[in-house]
Design a binder for this molecule. Structure first.
Ligand SMILES: Cc1ncc(COP(=O)(O)O)c(C=O)c1O
Length: 494
């Protein structure tokens, strides 16, 4: 082990990585139990490192380190007081709870740059209040259209425990899950089986046996095989059926976000097999009381006509199942991702649903993920360097596509915005890139923003959905802090 007079230098490491470094130093050291001095960054909390060390923590003595982290390198100007207002007016994404106040980015009243000084970067920051507001807006539009409805939040978009517990406490909605793992997770965070909709795919025998033991869970098998397996495991059950209307929609018509339509997809039962579905249900004494369809992700107003064709398919299917009490129209409602996107016209959307299903004695369920959480979250990062290569000016961030995969995989951008923009210093056009050794690890190309310097912080907007929940450890760069903003108070989750 390194000697007690020579501290183990863990500066620059996240708490998790510092713990790995310490354990490794202990494992190659002598068996003596001498204290091990450890040097951490001042923003790396010793409790967090000790939490990850367990027994080894007793050996560690933390040596105070002073590192003026927010002093810009190269004698650049201070990050404070960088000018009063952006050129060209307010950014397109600005709204009352996400805006620049005094030249500093605030989400839900919290100064993001100050928060990041405490948590370090990268950090996911999510506003529970914004999620709740999104739930309320959607519910109000459905009620105004005369729909007897219930919202089931699709937790695959963001399963942050504090968020789930909050939504349950305020009674905002039920939840939609797609795996037994998610089912256990929502139950651990307060959602009972009857408030849970389950629509998974490629279910295993083990999945079926768990679902069979929870008759209140609102299961929608997405294949004849799963319907049959569920019937065999719990005959007589009321059940849903996921159908495939053969029409799909996605953000800006992008086929990668379609779940049905065009070529055959793995999701749901097509109309030509409805008779078999009825026979299977009858064989096991089951009643199909609900039809479900989810046809794609991220659609906005321009896709509504196509989405209405999917609704027509669902309405036609409803005629084929005499015991029906409910239709579940899935999720897929999108949020603006660029300055040219407009928010989804919810009244038009709800009107389209009401024209097909209101007043028919049918309950309407909807299970959005992105619409509820995406614009409630930021991924806060730090600029690692700014460098011109040929004719392109690159800004590197300390977070890569492994922390928010949708921009790289689906072309759904998370626009980089400065937390404390240098409005007084002019603008540059950047290619903003991440810290993963993959060519696709680019957040945005040709992106005009106020001049950046190493050490500045950049928030990636629209990171509340399918970012933290899909993160990977690729290149062992999967660490990020998690903060939930709850009624204006930041709660650190990790
Ligand atoms: C069955 C089902 N329901 C709901 C959702 C949520 O979709 P979104 O986040 O686009 O609203 C998904 C997403 O994949 C899904 O597969």
């Amino acid at each position: 082990m390194e000697t007690t007079s020579d501290p183990l230098d863990c500066r620059g490491l996240t708490p998790d990585l510092a713990a790995v470094r310490i354990k490794q130093a202990v494992s190659v050291g002598s068996a003596d139990a001498a204290p091990l001095p450890v040097l951490l960054d001042e923003d790396c909390a010793p409790e967090r490192v000790s939490g990850a060390l367990q027994g080894t923590a007793r050996r560690v003595r933390y040596v105070p380190a002073a590192r003026a982290r927010r002093t810009p390198p190269n004698g650049g100007p201070s990050l404070e007081g960088t000018g009063p207002a952006p050129r060209g007016g307010a950014p397109w994404w600005q709204r009352p709870d996400l805006r620049y106040t005094g030249g500093r980015l605030h989400l839900g009243g919290t100064d993001i740059d100050t928060l990041a000084s405490r948590t370090g970067t990268p950090a996911y920051v999510l506003s529970a209040d914004r999620v709740h507001e999104n739930v309320r807006r959607l519910s109000a539009a459905m009620a105004a259209a005369g729909l007897d409805h219930r919202i089931y939040y699709a937790v695959k978009a963001n399963r942050t425990p504090g968020l789930l517990a909050h939504l349950r406490t305020v009674g905002a909605c039920g939840v939609d899950v797609c795996s037994v793992g998610e089912l256990m997770h929502v139950q651990a965070n307060g959602f009972p089986p009857e408030e849970t909709s389950f629509t998974g795919t490629s279910l295993t025998g083990r999945d079926i046996s768990v679902l069979a033991r929870m008759p209140e869970v609102r299961v929608n098998p997405d294949s004849l095989a799963s319907l049959d397996a569920l019937g065999r495991a719990c005959p007589g059950r009321e059940v849903g059926l996921r159908i495939n209307p053969g029409v799909g929609v996605g953000y800006q018509g992008d086929d990668r976000l379609n779940y049905s339509g065009g070529p055959a997809t793995k999701f749901g039962v097509y109309a030509d097999r409805f008779a078999e579905a009825r026979d299977i249900a009858a064989q096991w004494g089951m009643r199909i009381v609900r039809l479900h369809c989810h046809v794609g992700c991220g659609y906005l107003d321009a896709q509504i006509p196509e989405w209405e064709r999917a609704l027509d398919g669902l309405a036609a299917a409803a005629e084929c199942f005499p015991d029906l009490r409910e239709v579940n129209i899935g999720g897929g409602l999108g949020v603006p991702h660029t300055a040219s996107d407009r928010p989804l016209d919810l009244d038009r959307w709800a009107g389209a649903v009401a024209r097909r299903f209101a007043g028919r004695g049918l309950h309407v369920a909807v299970e959005p993920g992105d619409y509820l959480v995406k614009d409630a979250g930021l991924l806060v990062t730090e600029v690692t360097g700014v460098e011109r290569r040929r004719d392109v000016l690159f800004a590197g961030l300390d977070a890569g596509f492994n922390l928010a995969m949708e921009p790289a995989f689906y072309g759904l951008p998370c626009e980089p915005v400065a937390t404390v923009p240098r409005w007084g210093e002019g603008e540059e056009v950047y290619t903003v890139a991440g810290d993963i050794n993959e060519a696709l690890d680019v957040w945005m190309s040709g992106h005009r923003m106020p001049r950046l310097r190493p050490g500045d912080r950049v928030a990636l907007i629209n990171s509340g959905g399918y970012a933290a929940s899909m993160r990977s450890d690729h290149c062992l760069r999967g660490q990020a802090a998690d903060v939930l903003l709850l009624e204006r108070r930041p709660v650190e989750l990790q």
